[in-house]
Every structure is written in structure tokens, then in C-alpha cells.
Design a protein around this ligand. Structure first.
Ligand SMILES: NC(=O)c1ccc[n+]([C@@H]2O[C@H](COP(=O)([O-])OP(=O)(O)OC[C@H]3O[C@@H](n4cnc5c(N)ncnc54)[C@H](OP(=O)(O)O)[C@@H]3O)[C@@H](O)[C@H]2O)c1
Length: 309
């Protein structure tokens, strides 16, 4: 009962800015600029559907070469068909991004990227383990993006001229970072919604940690608003039923990622999370302040990744 009430308060608080109305209000005055990404090489994860697919198509439209990573080869092939003349600059990479070893093996031979979009993200209500024994949503949302980024840096595929964009969520506004809550080790303690909120909060801290590293790529973290995707359809069917008329489309969800890559704003020491080309606060409620630090998160992820190698 209390949980339902808290959810209602949460959704009511963000209905304006996160819905399609918020997107229109903030961006109505701006022309849908044709971004110029010619000469750039991009990597987009979770690229075969939803927001990731729209990012790939936007980057190809701007002239970029794009490496599109997702599991389903048929969906990647459909993406190629929709890419038009951009298809010749599209590299479809079927890869399971819930597995550290697979991501690291791919990263070891990857070319240099100008832009890396960590878009893949899942909210899983059932507790399942990957073949490496890691809770699947934690692996997909956080551990693999962390390990993959480190491997890409080691391979020289990311350098000071590269930009990393992480696709967080308004769900981050519901959690204070708690390292013990990132990965439930048994089904009885798994709350898919809260785990997702933790992972999305952690992406904000990870961005801070990446930006603190000298001579490394710059990093930004954003959220797309509420977007009508397969992910929302399967993870939040009730939410979608009530709000589907005001959900954004994929292009609206992708817009800020494309804009960040085109304009390259400087990260700020105080951080911030981007929505609709605006740097918003990292904390909408006092209760999310004071969680684990960026340094502690990195140490935790490093240790967890090495424990499965
Ligand atoms: N939709 C929203 O309202 C919303 C709101 C806030 C934040 N976000 C964030 O935006 C991002 C994209 O969300 P979305 O709604 O577009 O998701 P989606 O519709 O579920 O699409 C997810 C994509 O990730 C791929 N994927 C899933 N698991 C994978 C794995 N293990 N390995 C490789 N690829 C995998 C899927 O393709 P395959 O099945 O082919 O692998 C698909 O291309 C996520 O990080 C999400 O948290 C979304």
C-alpha cells in the first residue's frame, strides 16, 4: 500500500517533464538540427530496438559509421534494412552484453570510437543468473558496461577525444546508491524495480568516476524521458496502459544523445543528468543524497568483474 502510494507520488512528480509534453515544451523552439557526424565512428549498445535503434539511425543519418551491438541478429538485420543508404556504414554486431567475457573479447579487437553510447538496459522482475553467475540486470546495466569500457580503454579504442554517453533513467531519482543493493544474490531478495533504480543511480556515479580520470574519454549521463518501447511494454505493462498516449517516441528519447555528441558540452564537477538538452539535477529528493561514492562504486565493480574472470 505504502509502496503503491510512493509510486503514485513519484510518477505524478515527473509526468510533466518526462512525458512527450516535457519534450515538446523544452524543444519546441529548436529546429530538429541535422547533426553532422561525418568522419566519426560510433558504438551503440542495445541497438536493435527502442531508443538504441533510434540513436543508431540518427547517427547514421548524420554520416557516422556505427557499430550496433545487440543479441538478436534478425532485429539487427531489420535495422540494416531501415538504414537506407546508411546501411553501408553500419556494422551489426550480435553480442550478449550480459556476459563480461564476451564483451571484453569483443572490446580487445575493437577499433577506436569517437562516441560510445551505453544504451543497453533492462528491468527484470524475475531473478535469473547469467552463465557467469551474475544477476542478469546487474550484469547488463552496470557490470558489463563498466568492464567493456575498461577493456576498450586498454585496447586504445577510447581516448581523450572520445565521448561516453550513458543512458540512465528518471528511476535514479528513486534510489540512494547502495552497493549491497546492486546485485541480489538470491531470488528472495530481488526487487527488479529497485535494482533498476540502483543501477541507474550508479550510472551517474560511474560517469563522475570516468570524468575524474585524467587523459581519459569525457563522459555524460542522460535520461530519455518516458519512451514507448518494447522494454516498457514488457517491464511496466500497467504504467504503459495508463500513460501510453503521453509517452515519447524513440526519436524523442534519442534526441539528447545525438545532441550531446554533436555539441560536446564540458562535464561539470558538480555533475548533472541531461534531459531534453538540459543539465538537470542529480537529486530530485533529499533521500537519494549521501549514497556510496564514485570511488567505492568503481572498486566494487572492479572486484566483481575480476571475481568472474
Ligand atoms: N523506455 C523508457 O521509457 C526509458 C526510460 C528511462 C530510461 N530508459 C533507458 O533507455 C535504455 C533503452 O531502453 P529501451 O526502452 O529502448 O529498451 P528496450 O526497448 O528493451 O531495448 C533494449 C535493447 O537492448 C538490447 N538488449 C537487451 N539485453 C541485451 C543483452 N543482454 N545483450 C545485448 N543487447 C541487449 C535489445 O535487443 P536484443 O533483444 O536484440 O538483444 C534492445 O535492442 C535503457 O538503458 C533504459 O534503462 C528507457
Amino acid at each position: 500500500m505504502l509502496k503503491t502510494l510512493a509510486s503514485l507520488v513519484f510518477y505524478a512528480r515527473f509526468l510533466g517533464p518526462f512525458s512527450t509534453f516535457g519534450h515538446r515544451r523544452r524543444l519546441a523552439a529548436r529546429p530538429a538540427a541535422p547533426f553532422d557526424f561525418r568522419g566519426q565512428r560510433w558504438c551503440v549498445t542495445g541497438a536493435s530496438g527502442g531508443i538504441g535503434r533510434a540513436i543508431v539511425l540518427g547517427a547514421l543519418h548524420g554520416g557516422a559509421e556505427v557499430h550496433a551491438l545487440a543479441r538478436d541478429a534478425a532485429k539487427l538485420e531489420a535495422l540494416r534494412r531501415d538504414a537506407g543508404e546508411g546501411a553501408r556504414r553500419l556494422h551489426a554486431v550480435p553480442l550478449d552484453l550480459s556476459r563480461v567475457a564476451a564483451a571484453e573479447a569483443w572490446a580487445a579487437h575493437a577499433p577506436r570510437f569517437d562516441v560510445l553510447v551505453h544504451n543497453v538496459g533492462v528491468m527484470l522482475h524475475a531473478h535469473t543468473l547469467t552463465s557467469e553467475g551474475v544477476e542478469t540486470s546487474f550484469a547488463t546495466n552496470l557490470l558489463v558496461p563498466f568492464a567493456m569500457t575498461s577493456a576498450l580503454r586498454e585496447a586504445g579504442a577510447l581516448d581523450a577525444g572520445s565521448l561516453i554517453i550513458s543512458m540512465s533513467s528518471g528511476g535514479a531519482y528513486g534510489a540512494k546508491l547502495d552497493l549491497d543493493a546492486l546485485e541480489a544474490r538470491d531470488a528472495a531478495h530481488h526487487d527488479g524495480f529497485m535494482a533498476y533504480a540502483q543501477h541507474k543511480r550508479a550510472q551517474i556515479e560511474l560517469t563522475r568516476a570516468w570524468n575524474a580520470q585524467a587523459h581519459g574519454p569525457r563522459a555524460q549521463v542522460m535520461h530519455p524521458g518516458w519512451v514507448d518501447t518494447d522494454g516498457v511494454r514488457s517491464s511496466l505493462p500497467g504504467f504503459r496502459r495508463v500513460l501510453r498516449r503521453v509517452l515519447r517516441n524513440g526519436e524523442q528519447g534519442a534526441d539528447t544523445a545525438l545532441w550531446l555528441a554533436a555539441t560536446r558540452p564540458e562535464p561539470r564537477p558538480e555533475g548533472g543528468i541531461w534531459l531534453d538538452r538540459h543539465r538537470d539535477t542529480e537529486h530530485a529528493f533529499a533521500m537519494t543524497r549521501g549514497g556510496a561514492s564514485a570511488e567505492a562504486l568503481v572498486a566494487f565493480l572492479r572486484q566483481r568483474a575480476s571475481s568472474i574472470r
